[in-house]
Design a protein around this ligand. Structure first.
Ligand code: DAK
Length: 269
C-alpha cells in the first residue's frame, strides 16, 4: 500500500512509501528535472525532514520523473544570471544535498532513467550506488559552459571511476552511455526501461532489508568516512565500529540465529 509520508508539500518532488521503502522522484519533467535553487531547497528540506523523523523506511530509491531524464544538470538558465556570491551559495546548497544523501542511515539507490548530466551525475554519485536504464547518459559537461562541477563531481567521480578516467570525463565534458558507465564501475546494473529499473531497485532494497539495518547503517558510515582518510585511519575507524557493533542487539541475534540454524529477526539496534 502506498502512503504519503511527508508533512510538507513539495512542488518539485514526489514521494511515496511502499513496503518499507521510499521512492523519491524529482518532478520537473518539462525542464528535464534540472536543479534550480527551488528544487535544491526542496531536496534539502525533504532529506532533513526524513533524517529527523524516526525512519520507517529501510531504503530509498532516487529517480527522475518521465523516462527521458534523471536530472539534466543544474539549471543553466538560472545560473546564467548568478554572480560569484550566488554561485558559491548555489554550490553550497547542492553540496549540502549530496551530504544529506550520504548521511542518511539507510541505503540509497540512484535509479538513473536517461540524462544524468552535470549536477545530475553528481547527485547520483552521492547515492550508495547506481542502477541505470538503457537510455541513461552520464557526463560532467560543465567545462563546455565555462564552469567546473560544483556539487562534488571533482571529488567523488575519481573515487568511483579512478583518477585518470575522471579527469578525461571532466576535461572533455564527454558523456558515456549506460554500458560504458557499467564497464567503468559507475553503474552497477543496466535495465531495459524505467519500469524494469525501478523494479530492480526495489528488489535489491528488499534483499538488503533482510539484513541487519543497524549493521548496514554502521557499514555505510564507516565506508563514507573512509573516503576522506588514509587507509590506516579508515582501518582504525572500522576497528572501533566493528568493536562497538558487538553490543548491538542485531549482532547478537544474527550470530545466535546462525548457530541455532534459523532466520534472524533483526530489530535495527
Ligand atoms: N538547465 C535548464 N534547463 C534545461 C536543462 C538544464 N540543465 N536541460 C534541459 N533543460 C530544458 C531545456 O531548456 C528545455 O526547456 P524549454 O526550452 O522547453 O523551456 C527542456 O528542458 C527540454 O530540453 P531540450 O529541448 O533541450 O531537450 P533535448 O532532448 O533537445 O536535449 C539535452 C536534451 C539534455 C541534451 C539538452 O537539454 C541539454 O544539453 N541540456 C543541458 C545539459 C547540461 O549541459 N547539463 C549540465 C548543466 S551544468 C557550480 C554549481 C553547479 C554546477 C557547476 C558549478 N558552482 C557554483 C561552481 C553544475 C553545473 C551543471 O550541472
Amino acid at each position: 500500500m502506498e502512503k504519503d509520508f511527508m508533512t510538507t508539500n513539495f512542488k518539485n518532488l514526489n514521494y511515496i512509501e511502499q513496503e518499507n521503502l521510499g521512492i523519491l522522484t524529482i518532478d520537473r519533467e518539462k525542464k528535464l528535472n534540472a536543479l534550480d535553487v527551488e528544487v535544491l531547497m526542496e531536496l534539502r528540506d525533504f532529506l532533513e525532514e526524513l533524517m529527523t523523523k524516526k525512519l520507517s523506511i529501510k531504503g530509498l530509491i532516487f529517480t527522475g520523473a518521465g523516462s527521458k531524464a534523471f536530472i539534466a544538470g543544474a539549471d543553466i538558465a538560472s545560473m546564467s544570471n548568478m554572480e560569484e556570491k550566488d554561485g558559491e551559495q548555489f554550490a553550497s546548497l547542492g553540496q549540502q544535498v549530496t551530504l544529506l544523501f550520504e548521511a542518511l542511515p539507510i541505503p540509497v539507490i540512484a535509479c538513473v532513467n536517461g540524462y544524468a548530466l552535470g549536477g545530475g551525475c553528481e547527485m547520483a554519485l552521492a547515492c550508495d550506488f547506481i542502477y541505470a536504464s538503457e537510455n541513461a547518459l552520464f557526463g560532467l559537461p560543465e567545462v563546455g559552459l565555462g564552469l567546473i562541477p560544483g556539487f562534488g563531481g571533482t571529488q567523488r567521480l575519481e573515487n568511483v571511476v579512478g583518477r585518470n578516467f575522471a579527469r578525461e570525463m571532466i576535461y572533455t565534458g564527454r558523456s558515456i552511455n549506460a554500458h560504458e558507465a557499467r564497464e567503468r564501475g559507475l553503474v552497477n546494473q543496466v535495465f531495459s526501461d524505467k519500469e524494469a529499473l525501478i523494479e530492480a531497485g526495489k528488489k535489491c532494497l528488499k534483499e538488503i532489508m533482510q539484513k541487519s539495518p543497524h549493521a548496514i547503517k554502521v557499514a555505510k558510515k564507516v565506508m563514507n568516512r573512509g573516503n576522506d582518510l588514509t587507509v590506516e585511519e579508515g582501518l582504525s575507524i572500522e576497528r572501533q565500529k566493528f568493536g562497538s557493533i558487538f553490543s548491538s542487539y542485531d549482532m547478537k541475534e544474527g550470530t545466535k540465529a546462525f548457530v541455532e540454524k534459523r532466520k534472524p529477526e533483526f530489530k535495527g539496534n
